[in-house]
Design a protein around this ligand. Sequence first.
Ligand SMILES: *Cc1c(COP(=O)(O)O)cnc(C)c1O
Length: 398
Amino acid sequence: MLNTKSEEKIAPVMSAYGRFPITIEKGKGSFVWDSAGIKYLDFTAGIAVLALGHVPDLVEAALKRQLDTLWHCSNLYHIAPQEELAGMLTELTCCDQVFFCNSGAEANEGAIKLARRYATLVLNKPEGHIVTFHHSFHGRTLATMTATAQEKIQKGFGPLVPGFKYLPFNDETSLGDVEADSECIAVMLEMVQGEGGVIPADKAWVQKLAAVCRDKGIPLIVDEVQTGMGRSGTLFAYEQYGIEPDILTVAKALGSGIPIGAFLAKKEISKLFTPGTHGSTFGGNPFSTAAGVATIKAFKELNVTETCMKNAAYLNTELDTLKEKYPSHITAIRGLGLLIGVETTAPAIDIVNQLREKHHVLILTAGKHVLRILPPLVTDEAEINIFIKAFDSVLKDL
Ligand SMILES: *Cc1c(COP(=O)(O)O)cnc(C)c1O
């Protein structure tokens, strides 16, 4: 019966994740230790969260200071680290204002609400829809799951939120479709589709898409939850595409592992969020924004984007060598910066498992036949060599 608690024992955490059979207990830099004391090279970086590696010294010191000062304060008052982080982010991007929240999905949810507000108050299209692209990933809340044009994410959770339309990614026909669509109120996309298989957007296509949005006067929303904060080799991937988003979302690496998200916008749009329109209890909390401030300071001090570019060049060269050595196992290598996808003929999960079990190296998948390699941006050649040697060995044994 649903209304009586059964005696049957079940794990207390819901099984929404397929978990690998180890418990991570400690991390430092590019390494983690499990509950049996085994050390692993972590080239997942908590799924693109740990740009600076585990427990980075500079952020740790700032957070220890913040722990002694103020943990939480509501947004009914000014919050100093929140305002400092907003100042840094607007200085470093093409946007004028920031709203802080707690996750990537919440950032995209807020971006969608802001675009709808602009559509209602400025475009006079309260019933319009937002265009997103096949294989995208924007989150797991109802609206962001609907924005995510992947049936496997949406299945069984209907009814979906109205107001979205899906078009093919990197496809010329999508440009004409957006252009001709009088009810399209915004376009939302990733510069590299991360979860969808590590698929970089085509530069010329993105530029034409941005031009279509500009001509129509509708906002271009760029989801940089995964590509942002240096992962692509520039602070934000859009910089390499020669475009300017009107709304930009960020989360994963912004707090070095402390939960934080944000959406940014140009002032013509952001000013529509007047008092009472949107909110989030923990959003912009002093602890998480202190982590964000310390993260951006550490980026400057450690030259993280340059380090990322250098590491990416080295890792790609080594991967190209493996592709030449094992042409029947590796069919493609793609990505941007240290967001790298390797297409394999063997199931990607088998390679992930062998790397972990036999070599104590952790990487991810992005679909059935794509390995996703996400080292901390501050990794180095010695660590990359550990990974390459292990990968070589696994490929040899396939
Ligand atoms: C991870 C991710 C999200 C969702 O972020 P959460 O913090 O898990 O809600 C949204 N968009 C992209 C591109 C992502 O990679």
